[in-house]
Ligand binder design. Structure first.
Ligand SMILES: C[S@@+](CC[C@H](N)C(=O)[O-])C[C@H]1O[C@@H](n2cnc3c(N)ncnc32)[C@H](O)[C@@H]1O
Length: 254
């Protein structure tokens, strides 16, 4: 099915319109423009942290490069070179990313109808809860929907029976344990990135949040309650099957 003429973002400027929900893109664009205008790097270093694999890994990187290329055209500057670091945990499917990276430059140049600056891709397979790059190497750091992954399971959550995250049945100490683990992880993340970013560089992070003061609000935790319920049901089913198998075996032995 040809989707070219079917798919589109929600039009207008209403509550559900794309225009009203693309605010993140605008803020990101402003951040990139600020980096380019204040540094004019001949080689722009970008890090995509928690890049995952598949086509999504390149979406923001393409957007950043397009913005810089358009700026260069406006200012009659030669395009810079681009050094792009794709970071994720070591078990991530980096092969999948690097298969597409060889055609990235050509595809984006075709899309922009002009040759973009040379793009060099590198893998950084390590946890972002630690140093990844030498001091002052990056101009722009980006990470989306990744910082809600903690570095480890918080300590002291044994009493969170039947749950896999904070839910409205979680005891208070569980909320505290998750909060403290996030605080530790996020502080370390910021400390490391502060050392890796060049002066006047920019960092753009998006992560899951909630508007309510209640930690177990449906806005952020409900999805994990459903997941926990599904897992509990699967465990129960498995136990029932085991019991049935045991009964069958007993019957065969008698
Ligand atoms: C939900 S995906 C987000 C992917 C992509 N950034 C996006 O917005 O579509 C979260 C990614 O973060 C990665 N991740 C989680 N913890 C990480 C860590 N400590 N260091 C590096 N990557 C991590 C996961 O492996 C996963 O690929």
């Amino acid at each position: 099915m040809d989707v070219t003429n079917i798919l589109h973002m929600n039009g207008g400027i209403g509550k559900c319109s794309y225009a009203n929900n693309s605010i993140l893109q605008h803020i990101r664009e402003e951040a990139i423009i600020r980096v380019y205008n204040s540094i004019h790097p001949r080689c722009l270093s970008i890090a995509e942290l928690g890049c995952s694999s598949g086509p999504n890994a390149f979406i923001v990187v393409s957007e950043i490069i397009k913005i810089v290329e358009n700026l260069c055209k406006e200012m009659n500057h030669k395009s810079p070179e681009y050094k792009v670091f794709m970071n994720d945990l070591p078990e991530n499917d980096f092969n999948n990313i690097f298969k597409s990276s060889s055609t990235f430059e050509e595809k984006l140049s075709n899309e922009m109808k002009s040759q973009i600056g040379p793009c060099y891709f590198y893998a950084a397979p390590t946890s972002f809860y630690g140093r990844i790059f030498p001091n002052q190497t990056l101009h722009f750091i980006h990470s989306s929907s990744s910082l809600h992954w903690l570095s480890k399971v918080p300590e002291g959550i044994e009493k969170n029976k039947g749950n896999i995250y904070i839910s409205n049945t979680s005891p208070l100490n569980v909320l505290k344990a998750y909060y403290e683990q996030f605080q530790k992880d996020f502080s370390l993340f910021l400390k490391c990135r502060a050392e890796e970013l060049v002066e006047q560089g920019q960092m753009f992070l998006t992560l899951l949040g909630r508007r309510s003061e209640h930690q177990s609000t449906k806005e952020c935790c409900y999805i994990w309650e459903l997941m926990a319920k599904a897992l509990n049901d699967m465990v129960l089913e498995d136990e029932e099957e085991d019991e049935e198998e045991d009964e069958d075996e007993d019957r065969m032995r008698t």
